[in-house]
Design a protein around this ligand. Structure first.
Ligand SMILES: [Cu+2]
Ligand SMILES: [Zn+2]
Length: 170
């Protein structure tokens, strides 16, 4: 029964006929220029999400953020600015005054140095697209340590160790 199959399989994938589309992507590289991952910004019906894949870091839990400027100048990546925060909130999902638009869960690499993470942003998709693809761009950042989800302004996550500029698709 094609109709029933179709209805069932579409349940967790948004509405039928509106396939998720990749609207931006980033190549994430260390300060020495080694590419260690990718990120894709995905638009589905009603929400924006990000899918991050890392390959080539030692095992560990590390902070992952969107930073406010699309500039990844090695070695310290301070060129990327602070967390993407157009609503002027405090840092962290555990912070009563949080959270930044650019705050995301930590990404944890396994013993093979690999990790994948998909996160859906709660903010309005149109506004998100405006902020991510604004004039000065946006960067995806990985830190040496985990984000504690509450310490303002950056989660006590340690140095920035890998960065990728988000580029619009097409
Ligand atoms: Cu960060
Ligand atoms: Zn933050």
């Amino acid at each position: 029964m094609p109709t029933a199959l179709c209805a069932g399989s579409s349940k967790d994938k948004g509405e039928m006929g509106s396939a998720p589309a990749v609207i931006g992507s980033a190549l994430i590289a260390t300060a020495s220029g080694t590419e260690i991952g990718t990120a894709e910004i995905i638009r589905a019906k009603g929400a924006i999400s990000i899918s991050v894949k890392v390959n080539g870091f030692e095992a560990g839990e590390r902070a992952l953020h969107l930073h406010s400027t699309g500039a990844c100048d090695a070695p310290d990546f301070t060129s990327a600015g602070g967390h993407l925060n157009p609503f002027e909130r405090a840092h962290g999902s555990l912070n009563p005054d949080g959270q930044h638009l650019g705050d995301m869960p930590n990404i944890t690499t396994d013993d093979n140095g690999q990790a994948t993470l998909t996160f859906t942003f709660s903010d309005d998709p149109d506004h998100l697209i405006q902020e991510i693809f604004d004039a000065n761009g946006t960067a995806v950042m990985i830190h040496a340590g985990p984000d504690d989800y509450i310490s303002d302004p950056a989660g006590a996550a340690g140095p920035r160790i890998a960065c990728g500029v988000v580029k619009p698709a097409n």
